[in-house]
Every structure is written in C-alpha cells, then in structure tokens.
Design a protein around this ligand. Structure first.
Ligand code: THU
Length: 145
C-alpha cells in the first residue's frame, strides 16, 4: 500500500483501524504490566481483525496484541503475506514500538510494503514499512539451492 509523503500519519489507515484496536485494547488482560495494548490489521479483501495482549502469572507466557491479531487472522483463513497494514494502539500519550518477536512475525505474515503504525491518544506516532522493522531478519534456514 503506497502513501503520499504528506499523508505521514496515514489518516485513512488510522481511521479504518483505530476503532477496532481501541475496542481490543479495552479487552486486554494485563494485570501485571497494566498496559492495555490493542492491535488491528487490514486484510487484502478489506476485513479488519483485532487482538489484544494477554498476560500470564508465568510472565514469559504473555501474548502480545500484534501476534494475537495475526494468529486470529491466520485462523480465519487470511493468507500469509496478504495483510496490508497493522496498527498498534496504546492508551495514553506515548506510542508503543512493537517488540522484536512481533517484528519477526509481522515480517513473515504481512504483505511486502505493508504499513505498520503505532498510535496513542496524542499526536505522537510511529510508522514503518514492514521491511524496515527488522533489518537482516532471519527468514528461514540457509539453503544451497
Ligand atoms: N506488548 C504488546 O502487546 N505488544 C508489543 O509489541 C510489546 C509489548 C505487551 C505485552 C505485555 O502484556 C505488555 O505489553 C508489557 O510488555
């Protein structure tokens, strides 16, 4: 999905995805961190699928909002590589940069050139082409052929 430079905050994507990400954020289960993260993604056919973070008392089992949204998309039959945008939302005035694990999975499941937006309730935001999230990423075992 290409975007004009003056469209730096991607208002079209933001308008489309933020309501779903906010709804998911309200459902976050995060008694340990208190962070209520919501994510929403756009599929190739224009559907919106959301996810929130789900924490565990065994902290390492915590699931991030972005990967939960992507897992739901795959379960719904969305083809890997066909997600054109993903927005992550954190209530408050600071946007949340996606963690390294989510960057890896986004790189594998989003479409080439997909937009990743991180927004909050204030003016601050981040926006990346998915390829820029994880330079030199692992993409599978090296092969000779
Ligand atoms: N979290 C996400 O949902 N996405 C990220 O990309 C970073 C972190 C959640 C996991 C945990 O519930 C809380 O934020 C603090 O790490």
């Amino acid at each position: 999905m290409s975007m004009a430079p003056e469209d730096a905050q991607a208002p079209g994507l933001r308008d489309r995805l933020l309501p779903a990400a906010r709804r998911a954020s309200a459902n976050a289960h995060s008694p340990y961190s208190g962070l209520k993260v919501g994510a929403a993604l756009l599929t190739g056919d224009g559907s919106v699928i959301s996810g929130c973070n789900v924490e565990s008392a065994s902290f390492g089992l915590t699931q991030c909002a972005e990967r939960n949204a992507l897992g739901t998309a795959i379960a719904e039959g969305v083809a890997p590589g066909s997600v054109t945008a993903l927005l992550v939302y954190l209530p408050g005035d600071r946007p949340l940069p996606p963690c390294g694990a989510c960057r890896q999975v986004m790189l594998e499941l989003l479409a080439p050139g997909a937009q990743v937006l991180s927004v909050c309730d204030g003016d601050g935001f981040h926006r990346w082409d998915v390829e820029d999230l994880l330079p030199g990423a692992f993409t599978g075992l090296p092969r000779d052929d």
